[in-house]
Design a binder for this molecule. Structure first.
Ligand code: ADP
Length: 487
């Protein structure tokens, strides 16, 4: 049974249920029909006997009778005689009627079980049952009450078997029609099940195809509809889409990462080969080692950034969440970075007091350092960068505003992509991972980052977090913002 297809299982169950229902219906129908037929036979018996009541008359003298016109039977009875009208039905439709004296003396008519009923008392209360051999007979007695007929009884007799013929015919009709109806119903059920379950085969085929071919761009197509199977197909398609995107992003990341790592690696290899070609002065060796160190640092930063990304994405517990004094953090990072003064850029800040956030200190510091680092890198000589932290409309806003080179409008969407660098003149200085990291960290804290920029005028990056300082006191600080429901 386990190995059968669902379609076949449904059909088998459905057929078994149908056969049981039809059999029960058959038995019930026969029982009900039998009762109806037997009642009809009894009613018919009573009716025939009652019809015969008026066909018996008593006459005291034969002079009163018109003997010319009648073909009736005459029996002498008491001081007169009985006239049995020619309409008296002694046998009609196997219902027999006979005339008896109260003491059981047979006078007229027909009774096929006369011997068996000779001892049976006359009773006009109800139909009696008499069994002769294997056959059951119904017997109905009717006392005659007309003048001169006192002491006479009419006895009607009919065999129960008469109904048997009708029952056989009902049963035969049922047995001829029902198998046909059953076959049509089962066949119809099988076809409906096959049609209803066809999308499952399609889904299974498509999944197999996708699995074998590894082509996640393929989709399951079972046409339009809104039943369970169409919803299942839609769910599968959405899953394939997500997997497709994730695999593509993964492939892209791996390819970009190898590409980024290959450049410093090639420089290191070339430098080593060139240096080892011949004897070098101590100064030349020192220069070579410095260059290798610089490239090594670049590779190390890249590898660390990539590792951090993985940790952020997998929500690694390397970054425990705690209550962070955001005001102190921003003041401290700005204080440290203002000393760098790259391009002689002045860094100033305005920080609202006592802003608290549930987060990871190390990550939030990295987010701010990345934004200030970019403001320096893409800033103009003697420029200015301004950092602010404030609470506004239930949010915490952290923004870094510079008056640097700005970003072209068409690049605004792309700068978040890993390894994307919009400005080729500065590309050697960064890795193209900074802003994706900023975005990743903001999302890790349930926040988001917006950018406004105008080429030649400068850029403003704003991080928006939920202000959960009130709730922080009561919440489990190991939870992420998103897990804590503050996004
Ligand atoms: P990178 O390591 O190249 O700085 P990022 O991801 O930090 O990588 O930034 C991506 C690109 O966005 C940069 O290459 C640069 O072109 C642009 N960008 C980022 N910040 C600024 C800024 N403050 N001003 C102008 N351009 C910026």
């Amino acid at each position: 049974m386990k190995n059968l297809s669902i379609r076949l299982k449904i059909t088998l169950w459905f057929s078994a249920a149908l056969i049981i229902i039809v059999s029960v219906a058959y038995v019930m129908a026969l029982a009900v029909s039998n009762q109806i037929v037997q009642k009809t036979i009894r009613d018919n018996l009573i009716e025939t006997v009652e019809d015969n009541v008026d066909e018996v008359e008593y006459f005291s003298s034969i002079d009163n009778v018109d003997l010319e016109s009648d073909v009736d039977d005459f029996l002498s009875y008491g001081d007169g005689f009985l006239e049995i009208d020619d309409d008296f039905l002694d046998e009609v439709n196997q219902v027999y009627t006979s005339l008896y004296l109260y003491d059981g003396t047979f006078l007229y008519g027909e009774n096929p079980i006369a011997t068996s009923t000779s001892e049976l008392d006359f009773s006009d209360s109800d139909v009696q049952r008499v069994t002769v051999g294997d056959t059951v007979y119904y017997v109905f007695d009717r006392m005659l009450t007309a003048d001169g007929l006192e002491g006479l009884w009419l006895r009607g007799v009919v065999s129960e078997e008469q109904g048997g013929l009708q029952m056989t015919s009902i049963s035969r009709t049922f047995l001829i029609i029902m198998p046909g109806v059953l076959i049509v119903a089962i066949l119809g059920g099988y076809l409906v099940a096959r049609r209803a379950l066809r999308p499952i085969s399609k889904i299974s085929d498509s999944v197999k195809e996708i699995e074998q071919g590894g082509d996640l761009e393929k989709r399951i197509d079972i046409g339009n509809g809104n039943d369970e199977l169409h919803r299942l197909a839609d769910d599968f398609n959405r899953m394939f889409e997500r997997l497709d995107k994730a695999f593509k992003a993964e492939r892209q990341f791996t390819s970009d990462a190898s590409h980024e790592l290959r450049t410093p690696m090639t420089v290191i290899m070339a430098q080593c080969e060139m240096t080892l070609e011949k004897e070098r002065t101590a100064e030349e060796y020192e220069d070579a080692i410095f260059l290798i160190q610089r490239q090594g640092r670049k590779m190390s930063k890249l590898i660390n950034d990539m590792l951090d990304f993985t940790r952020l994405e997998t929500k690694s517990d390397k970054y425990p969440m705690e209550t962070v004094d955001f005001s102190e953090l921003v003041t401290s990072v700005c204080g440290d970075m203002s000393l760098i003064r790259q391009h002689n850029i002045e860094l100033t800040w305005e920080v609202e007091d006592n802003v608290k956030i549930t987060g990871n200190y190390e990550l939030l510091a990295r987010l701010l350092a990345n934004l200030i680092g970019n403001a320096y890198r893409y800033g103009n000589e003697n420029g200015h960068t301004f950092v602010s932290l404030e609470r506004k409309d239930g949010n915490i806003l952290l923004s870094v505003k510079d008056d640097g080179i700005g970003i072209k409008e068409e690049d605004l969407d792309k700068i978040w992509t890993r390894f994307y660098q919009a400005d080729s003149s500065h590309s050697g200085e960064g890795s193209g991972l900074g802003l994706s990291m900023v975005q990743g960290i903001a999302e890790f804290h349930g926040g988001r980052v917006l950018v406004e920029s105008k080429i030649g005028s400068g850029s403003t990056f704003t991080c928006i977090f939920s202000d959960n300082s009130e709730k922080i006191k009561h919440k489990n600080t190991n939870k992420t913002l998103m897990e804590a429901g503050y996004n």
